[in-house]
Design a protein around this ligand. Structure first.
Ligand code: ATP
Ligand code: MG
Length: 255
């Protein structure tokens, strides 16, 4: 890890001081946690894979005109991002029933929703990140009504885009969690940026033909094979460096 000052020690990432005051570095660790960190393991290489997957997805999301905190990948485990004031709300977009909603509403895993469902959770580990509604968000001033509308809309656009992107590589996007932050310009005005990461740690992905899980549920549910699944996701996205080198070499031989 760089010899930079640690600003925040998270469960899966460490936030380090960036080269300029308006940037920070996200360092991806190999720690896997579930159930509000009751369950914890180290999975060698997970951080490297998530750094690459999130680098790829954040760049694609930037390209479709959704503003993100993402600047660039610095090395195997670190990426440079714009420093934001994180909005203390986790946005979960669901396409198919899985995870906590099953027990809460008595749903069967795999039920397809007629339209994407947005849920909001308060980012507060001490309270176990409780489900909240839009009235709570506006009333307690976690975000303004306009900010909330904008984040909900970004969430749905990201969902449409990622759903298609993953379907193209044989994966169903079941649901995902995103975070947003306020980025302040010199004049004191703020804009909303998509922050944090997008990786199989915070998306549910099932193989289209087998329905095999290829995300953090492999750890949450003690199924195993998490690293291999994340590697497969990276491979299907075409971002495994070893793979690229191999196919280049092959092309040269054919020529
Ligand atoms: N651009 C950014 N600027 C500042 N903080 C950020 C930025 N992007 C993400 N963060 C915050 O950095 C932390 C990333 O670490 P990690 O994901 O490991 O946290 P965590 O243990 O999951 O805790 P949390 O419950 O707060 O997400 C999160 O708290 C996230 O909200
Ligand atoms: Mg987190």
């Amino acid at each position: 890890m760089s010899k930079k000052k640690i600003l925040y020690e998270g469960k899966a990432k460490t936030i380090l001081e960036g080269p300029t005051p308006d940037t920070v570095i996200q360092y991806f660790k190999d720690d896997a946690t579930a159930n509000n960190a009751e369950k914890h393991s180290i999975i060698n290489g997970k951080g490297v894979l998530n750094n690459s997957i999130s680098d790829f997805l954040m760049n694609r999301i930037n390209e479709i005109g959704i503003p993100t905190h993402y600047i660039k990948k610095l090395n195997m485990r670190e990426q440079l991002v714009r420093k934001v004031e994180i909005i203390p709300v986790e946005f979960v977009v669901r396409n198919i029933a899985a995870g906590s909603i099953l027990k809460r509403l008595g749903l069967k895993e795999g039920r397809v929703f007629s339209r994407p469902l947005i849920e909001h959770y308060l980012k507060k580990d001490e309270l176990g990140d409780p489900l909240i509604n839009e009235d709570h968000i506006v009333n307690f001033e976690w975000a303004t009504r306009d900010e909330l509308d904008e984040m909900n809309e970004y969430g749905l656009r990201i969902n449409d885009f990622l759903r298609g992107l993953f379907l193209g590589i044989g994966l169903k996007l079941i649901d995902f969690k995103i975070e947003f932050g306020r980025y302040y310009s010199d004049d004191g005005n703020s804009i909303l940026l998509l922050a944090d990461e997008i990786s199989p740690d915070n998306c549910r992905l099932w193989d289209v033909s087998t329905n095999h899980k290829m995300d953090k549920d492999l750890f949450r549910q003690d199924i195993g094979g998490l690293k291999e699944a994340y590697q497969e996701v990276a491979d299907r996205l075409g971002i495994l460096p070893e793979k690229k080198k191999y196919s280049n070499a092959k092309t040269e031989i054919v020529k």
